[in-house]
Design a protein around this ligand. Structure first.
Ligand code: GAR
Length: 189
């Protein structure tokens, strides 16, 4: 059994997709959601899906071992970042080497780094006149959006697309591919 923990700071639509994808698969279990944001959509999703959801503050996350201890006590094998916005501290990266996976809503190395998240990414893509965007699923290290790339998928950006339209195309790719890529990673663990 592979036990997953999902971190999310916002709506949590990817967290929900991953949870429902694995719900009827006996070898994988989404054990918990974790969030820094008490008003994030992920909280309500956790309640509805029956997934225990843990809230934490910046100091607990960045300056203590509490989250690492919690994940280890829950025997978590794989950590998924699904729209989680804080930098992952070194103690967490070290405790889960190549076992923390992030999704980024652009084709890294373009449009990555601190402050590049959610709509800021899609605004930058439109502003630059890009003709394509997409998703990147990658391992997490101590720097924003720099770990080894596992998977990318592309979508077209039309010259008339607004950032919201690009966001919709990118999110559609995320919902299709993220659970399947996680399943493949687990198969190779
Ligand atoms: C997703 O598009 C994800 O790629 C992005 O946040 C969104 C979360 O959506 N992550 C980042 O921007 C990280 N830099 P969701 O809460 O509906 O899953």
């Amino acid at each position: 059994m592979t036990r997953i923990a999902i971190f999310a700071s916002g709506s949590g639509s990817n967290a929900e997709r991953i949870t429902t994808y694995f719900a009827d698969k006996e070898s994988v279990s989404v054990e918990m959601f974790l969030s820094n944001n008490p008003i994030a959509g992920i909280i309500e999703r956790g309640r509805r899906l029956g997934i225990p959801t843990v809230l934490f503050d910046k100091k607990t996350f960045s300056k203590t071992n509490k989250i690492v201890n919690l994940l280890q006590n829950q025997q978590i094998d794989l950590v998924i970042l699904a729209g989680f916005l804080w930098l992952i501290p070194e103690n967490l990266v070290r405790a889960f080497p190549n076992k923390i996976i992030n999704i980024h809503p652009a084709l890294l190395p373009k449009y990555g780094g601190k402050g590049m998240w959610g709509h800021f990414v899609h605004e930058a893509v439109v502003e630059a006149g890009e003709i394509e965007s997409g998703i990147t699923i990658h391992f997490v290290n101590e720097n924003y959006d720099e770990g080894k790339v596992i998977f990318q998928a592309k979508c077209e950006v039309d010259s008339t697309d607004t950032p919201d339209e690009v966001a919709r195309k990118v999110q559609a790719l995320e919902h299709v591919h993220f659970p399947e890529v996680i399943e493949k990673i687990i198969a190779n663990m």
